[in-house]
Design a protein around this ligand. Structure first.
Ligand SMILES: [Zn+2]
Ligand SMILES: [Zn+2]
Length: 210
């Protein structure tokens, strides 16, 4: 399951970092922004497959960023809010996946590291129970990646929401599988996330002023 709580936290921090004028220009539809923060990850649950989602992460700067920047500068407030969240999704993933690579080679699990990071993020905010997934409203699914069927996205996020619901109450056993080393690495990831808040905010501003 994707580390959607870490992405939510990062998005919140980046918005707080921006000046109120820029923030209000960028994000007016908070549901669309929240969904953007999930990035393409819900598509993993759509039957489209992990390969395609991995592809989006690998080539996001070349293939997705131009479209995101265009939506951010555009006039549709829902598309702008969605794209702002989505940009922050890719930026955080890039930083975190980069840091995780050598650890995964040494035996840590990508999946458990993200699980641990999500848990630390919730502890940091004193949120006792994992929040439910924000599910697509009809307006924002039209702004999901160009060339992709909104139905596919809708299906993916629906399944992901069910997985999250299961996880909220029965995920405890999975946390027990996280090793001490992975918890320590996840702490480092949390620090990394916080250090990169100015970068995320700057990337958003750059899109507006390009
Ligand atoms: Zn992702
Ligand atoms: Zn990941």
């Amino acid at each position: 399951m994707a580390d959607y709580n870490a992405h939510t936290y990062y998005g919140k921090k980046c918005l707080e970092y921006l000046s109120p004028e820029v923030r209000d220009r960028l994000v007016t539809d908070h549901t669309a922004f929240q969904m953007g923060l999930y990035g393409p990850d819900p598509l993993e649950f759509s039957g489209l497959g992990y390969g395609k989602v991995r592809h989006y992460h690998a080539v996001w700067r070349e293939e997705v960023l131009p479209w995101l920047a265009e939506s951010i500068r555009g006039t549709d407030p829902t598309a702008r809010s969605y794209a702002a969240g989505c940009l922050l999704h890719f930026i955080l993933d890039e930083k975190i996946h980069e840091a995780m690579k050598p650890w995964v080679k040494e035996g840590s699990s990508h999946y458990r590291l993200e699980l641990a990071l999500d848990s630390l993020v919730l502890q940091e905010q004193k949120i006792p129970l994992m929040p439910r997934l924000c599910v697509a409203h009809q307006d924002s699914i039209h702004h999901v990646f160009p060339g992709l069927s909104p139905n596919l996205y809708h299906m993916g996020i629906g399944v992901m929401a069910k997985v999250v619901d299961w996880f909220r109450w029965r995920g405890e056993a999975l946390y027990r599988k996280v090793t001490q080393k992975e918890w320590d690495q996840a702490w480092y990831l949390l620090k990394l996330l916080e250090e990169h808040v100015p970068d995320g905010a700057k990337a958003l501003e750059d899109c507006l002023t390009q």
